[in-house]
Design a protein around this ligand. Structure first.
Ligand code: ADE
Length: 224
């Protein structure tokens, strides 16, 4: 899979892809992530990417021309399955969308900034608009990193234990059950006896019950 991210703040996006699972996935050739600085697609001395909005009002708007240049140059090299715009007014991101996007070959992710992008960019180039939640970030970069992380960890071969993504919270609309590790007792806090019983059918049953309890408590909406 190939992910091209277009941004005015590339430095905000670099580090998540330079550590841990996301770095290993790239080193193994399972995904390639390319970050494009929108300013590199300007043709004036000021490298201007934004301007005041028509009709007045506070806040700058990202201009269509550099975005068109960047997207067109990428599309000249390969076909893209989706051009995704990160914006708080998009569809809410969830695990199902992450699963679907992880099956694609090439995607472009455009990060909004300031008041967003000229609407003509959304009308002419964007195929999908995604929000990572009902809150407003100062730009789309952190949202793009969240999106990319959630997709990349689903690619075959990225996680060491291939089954572990299958037991994630949300994969079956249940939250994950509690987990414990050594020591068995810490300052009087004990690990549930069932987990050290060696009775695997009973352990599985306990995990299902605990997952259900946690879902009822924290996310009853998932059980509707
Ligand atoms: N840009 C600003 N806020 C955002 C959000 N919640 N989701 C995606 N992109 C954003």
């Amino acid at each position: 899979m190939r992910i091209d991210i277009i941004t005015v703040l590339p430095e905000l996006l670099k580090s998540p892809f330079e550590a841990s699972i996301l770095k290993r996935a790239q080193d193994k050739g399972l995904v390639s992530v390319h970050i494009h600085n929108l300013r590199d697609y300007t043709d004036d001395n000021y490298k201007q990417v934004d301007d005041y909005q028509f009709g007045g009002g506070a806040g700058m708007v990202l201009m269509i021309e550099p975005i068109d240049r960047c997207i067109s140059s990428l599309k000249g090299e390969r076909d893209y399955d989706e051009v995704i715009y990160m914006t708080p007014d998009g569809e809410t991101f969830n695990q199902k969308t992450a699963n679907r996007l992880s099956l694609l070959k090439n995607i472009i992710v455009l990060c909004g900034h300031y008041k967003g992008v000229d609407q003509r960019v959304r009308d002419a180039f964007v195929t999908r608009e995604i929000s990572i939640g009902d809150y407003v970030l100062s730009g789309g970069e952190l949202a793009a990193a969240v999106l990319a992380d959630s997709i990349i960890r689903l690619l075959p071969g990225v996680l060491n234990d291939e089954t572990s993504a299958l037991t994630d919270t949300y994969q079956d609309n249940l939250l994950a059950p509690p987990v414990y590790t050594r020591p068995r007792e810490y300052k009087g806090l004990e690990v549930p006896a069932i987990l050290v019983s060696g009775n695997f059918p009973e352990i599985e049953k306990w995990r299902e019950e605990e997952a259900l309890k946690r879902t009822q408590k924290n996310r009853p909406d998932l059980l509707q």
